[in-house]
Design a binder for this molecule. Structure first.
Ligand SMILES: Cc1cc2nc3c(=O)[nH]c(=O)nc-3n(C[C@H](O)[C@H](O)[C@H](O)COP(=O)(O)OP(=O)(O)OC[C@H]3O[C@@H](n4cnc5c(N)ncnc54)[C@H](O)[C@@H]3O)c2cc1C
Length: 449
């Protein structure tokens, strides 16, 4: 009989907690968990487990602490900065079995749900009563509420409604050491420190969120979606600043450049003008009806997926800058693309100044990957130089660890590390993310390759 490997014995211990059918048994079953939507890094997990309750999550975290094994929470794996990548030898704790909506309280405008509930499903449950869950990442058909809290996710409607933290009322969480933190969501203004504020955006480095209580928002009485065509990205971005400066705040203000328009049109045949970029203002169109409005938004929200028509891989950068700097930084991005001989498409929440340059490449070509990394770093540095920062909504993950020093001093970083250690003292919960190691140690950091 073959000897039982360490990974096998870990899987057996996890199976004893969640039942044998809720652990991944083979390397093939675990394959999908070695990467998330940030395609530039991979790390195979030692084990993948699918708990069904807070108590099971707690047991898994206690096991990991006893044995000194790193672990990471995973929702749908749509994260764009490698946040759900596991540390070498670690356990992926997948929340997708925890997908019950526990309570919908329209009278108090709130809902409680398990962390693995898909974002859009919550809105689908309440839309018949004229409510919705306002944070709407473009990935909302797949991403989970737990992943949204961890990344403090935004979306096209952030301009009007804000990001996840503005809608988070309470949560249940298994901390890094296995203790349970329970913040009830029954009041709008809880006493004491704003723990929700610091947990939102902590990228799974504090613990594992198992339940959330969120605000439900009344649907607007009417909505119209206009498609405005410009001759150049520069004109479009100047218009964005002008609209906001004039005191008009639309619910959403999104920008697609010529590369994206062509790619989306090729996939969905909506009727986008393929010559956009050649005419200053070709048309101002108001969606004729709800059907057209929904189709237009479908094109926007599925736009990234269509880029597979142009290149096998893409890397979505995520800088945020003052709106007035959009024209300058878009010009700089074009220059970076040219210098590194790369195609960079732009699709972003322009109203928030939240940029998403999408660098198109082929991950099988290591030399090209190197150019992508250099180009990405230059773009983020430029964002910081004009008064912005390195992530608007996709998080630091592994992608931007090194770039944290563009923005924060060693003191700032040390303060963040100490806060993380309060929640996650043994640093086994999603190690080597968000907070870069002390200066000089970055290159020696082990783990995700
Ligand atoms: C096509 C596309 C469009 C996107 N558009 C947007 C957008 O408009 N706005 C936006 O903000 N983001 C967007 N994203 C990024 C991504 O969808 C969000 O960051 C989302 O919140 C991730 O959710 P997830 O469930 O997939 O989390 P994962 O990718 O599984 O995990 C992301 C991070 O959250 C942590 N995490 C997950 N679940 C938990 C939990 N229960 N407890 C603690 N930590 C947890 C993980 O450890 C990891 O660090 C987009 C991604 C894609 C692929």
């Amino acid at each position: 009989m073959a000897p039982i490997s360490l990974a096998d014995s870990l899987t057996e211990k996890l199976a004893a907690i969640v039942g044998p059918e809720n652990v991944a048994r083979t390397a093939t079953d675990r394959l999908v968990y070695e990467v998330d939507a940030f395609t530039m890094a991979k790390q195979p997990p030692a084990a993948v487990v699918h708990p069904g309750s807070t108590e099971e999550v707690q047991e898994i975290v206690r096991l990991a602490n006893r044995e000194g094994i790193p672990f990471v929470a995973r929702g749908a794996g749509t994260g764009l900065s490698g946040g759900a990548l596991v540390h070498a030898g670690g356990i992926v704790i997948s929340l997708t079995r925890m997908r019950r909506i526990l309570d919908i309280d329209i009278r108090n405008r709130r809902a409680t749900a398990e962390a693995g509930v898909v974002n859009l499903r919550l809105t689908q449950q309440v839309v018949g009563r004229h409510f919705h869950y306002a944070p709407d990442p473009s990935s909302q058909m797949a991403c989970t509420l737990g992943g949204n809290v961890a990344e403090n996710a935004g979306g096209p409607h952030t301009l009007k409604y804000g990001v996840t933290t503005n809608h988070l009322l309470g949560l249940k969480m298994v901390l890094g050491n296995g203790e349970i933190l329970d913040i009830p969501g029954d009041t709008d203004e809880p006493a004491g420190y704003d723990l929700l504020g610091i947990i939102a955006g902590s990228e799974g480095t504090f613990g594992i969120v198992t339940e959330v209580t969120v605000r439900l928002t009344r649907l607007p009485e009417a909505a119209q979606t206009a498609l405005v065509v410009f001759s150049s990205v520069a004109d479009a971005t100047r218009c964005v600043s002008d609209i906001i400066a004039a005191g008009v705040v639309p619910a959403a203000l999104e920008l697609m450049d010529a590369t994206i328009i062509k790619s989306v049109e090729g996939a969905f045949h909506f009727g986008f003008p393929l010559d956009a970029g050649a005419v200053l203002m070709r048309e101002v169109r108001v969606a004729r009806d709800e059907n057209e409005r929904e189709r237009l938004w479908m094109c926007r929200k599925k736009a990234v997926g269509t880029l597979g028509r142009i290149a096998p891989s893409h890397c979505t950068m995520d800088g945020v800058i003052p709106r007035s700097k959009l024209p300058d930084v878009l010009e700089l991005i074009a220059d970076v693309a040219e210098r590194h001989n790369l195609l960079i498409a732009n699709l972003f929440h322009a109203g928030d100044g939240s940029l998403h340059p999408l660098i198109l490449f082929d991950e099988r070509n290591p030399e090209e990957v190197e150019r992508v990394q250099k180009a990405g770093g230059e773009v983020l540095k430029a964002c910081v130089e004009v008064g912005g920062t390195i992530t608007g909504e996709h998080g630091v993950g592994v992608e931007k660890l090194e770039y944290m020093r563009f923005v924060f001093s060693e003191n700032d970083i040390d303060t963040m590390a100490r806060i993380r250690d309060v929640f996650n003292p043994a640093r086994l919960c999603n190690p080597d993310k968000v907070v870069p190691p002390a200066a000089g140690l970055l290159e020696q950091a082990e783990g995700v390759n």
